[in-house]
Design a protein around this ligand. Structure first.
Ligand SMILES: Cc1cc2nc3c(=O)[nH]c(=O)nc-3n(C[C@H](O)[C@H](O)[C@H](O)COP(=O)(O)OP(=O)(O)OC[C@H]3O[C@@H](n4cnc5c(N)ncnc54)[C@H](O)[C@@H]3O)c2cc1C
Length: 305
């Protein structure tokens, strides 16, 4: 199908884009990579009167890393964030999640900030931002505000972005100390949205004993769900942990729903299996992080290079 008629705006800088968004108000939508919006227009699931295309805003095409984390501008494509070595060194979970987003062609065009603004509870970046406790910077004509991840995702395909606002950047903070992360998921075909996915972050002490274990779940709830599973694993090492205890603890808080892709029972089963896999790998990686915070890689990752 063809999209409904709309007026197309092509600002060339941020100020011009914010002027356009202020002018069109609730009738307008931002067009970034178009990998979700264009299909929605073609299927007539959205019919904005105005599209404000931000592809001319080169100033927002950045991935900036500082010791505290990674800032991703609104025009950075998934593929650019995934390939960024400095970002990977500081926040490995970004690449671990991005490699599971759709296919390379879609990652070449789709933006990481656009994916967060789209707020699909099956989107990997929503789980990454939520697990890391990141934030979004939103700009409007005459002002800017920062929204924490926990307040940003309001419901399925609903983010806390108000009329006239543009999400200009996402911030993914570095996790403290000896922390390892992993992102695993199961999809019906490679590149499809996952039936269930789990991102995990585990912190160990100098004796490599677990002091914190958390996991974020996608495709299981209207907004990304972050669970603290430390109680099931505290004081254990990668060799002595009873991973199933963590899966059992998680199961008490998960309420998956069934749909045409998977029944609720199957999703619950996947969540348990993936919780164990993600936590185990994250714990092994945490043990490889040196005390200066340099990220470790597993032997599997090294041999894949
Ligand atoms: C076949 C296919 C498979 C896919 N599989 C996955 C997958 O497995 N996992 C996954 O996470 N994604 C998947 N995607 C979506 C992809 O990641 C998109 O890149 C992402 O959803 C949206 O990014 P975009 O830049 O294309 O945004 P657009 O499509 O341009 O916009 C999406 C929505 O966000 C709004 N928006 C975008 N940018 C901003 C901004 N800066 N400020 C305010 N609002 C904004 C738009 O107005 C629109 O409502 C898939 C897409 C396709 C076509």
């Amino acid at each position: 199908m063809k999209p409904p008629a709309f007026r197309y705006h092509a600002p060339t800088d941020l100020a011009e884009a914010l002027d356009a968004l202020a002018e069109v108000g609730h009738d307008g939508k931002v067009l970034a990579g178009g990998q979700s919006l264009i299909p929605m227009l073609n299927m007539r699931l959205a019919a904005p009167a105005h599209l404000v295309d931000i592809n001319g805003l080169g100033e927002l095409a950045y991935v900036r890393t500082d010791p505290g984390g990674v800032a991703v501008g609104a025009l950075a494509r998934h593929a650019e964030v995934e390939a960024d070595e400095a970002a990977h060194a500081v926040v490995p979970l970004l690449r671990q999640g991005l490699r599971l987003v759709a296919h390379p062609v879609i990652r070449n065009r789709g933006t990481t900030v656009g994916s967060l603004a789209h707020a699909d509870p099956s989107g990997e970046m929503t789980a990454v931002l939520a697990l890391l406790g990141g934030s979004m910077t939103l700009a409007r004509k005459g002002g800017t505000r920062t929204v924490a991840a926990e307040d940003f995702f309001v419901g399925p395909l609903e983010a806390s972005i108000e009329e006239g606002e543009l999400a200009v950047a996402a911030y993914f903070p570095r996790l403290p100390g000896r922390t390892g992360t992993e992102f695993v998921e199961i999809a019906r075909r490679h590149g499809d949205y996952a039936m269930c996915g789990v991102a995990a972050a585990v912190t160990v002490d100098d004796d490599l004993r677990i002091v914190s274990a958390r996991a974020a779940y996608l495709s299981l709830s209207p907004v990304p769900l972050v669970l603290d599973l430390t109680d099931a694993l505290i004081g254990r090492t990668a060799d002595t942990a009873v991973w199933q205890d963590a899966a059992t603890l998680a199961a008490g808080s998960l309420e998956p729903e069934g749909d045409i892709h998977a029944t609720a029972e199957y999703r619950a089963q996947l969540a348990g299996v993936l919780t164990v896999r993600a936590l185990r790998t994250a714990t092994e990686r945490a043990a490889l992080v040196d005390p200066n915070g340099n990220t470790g890689t597993t032997s599997t990752e090294r041999s894949a290079r």
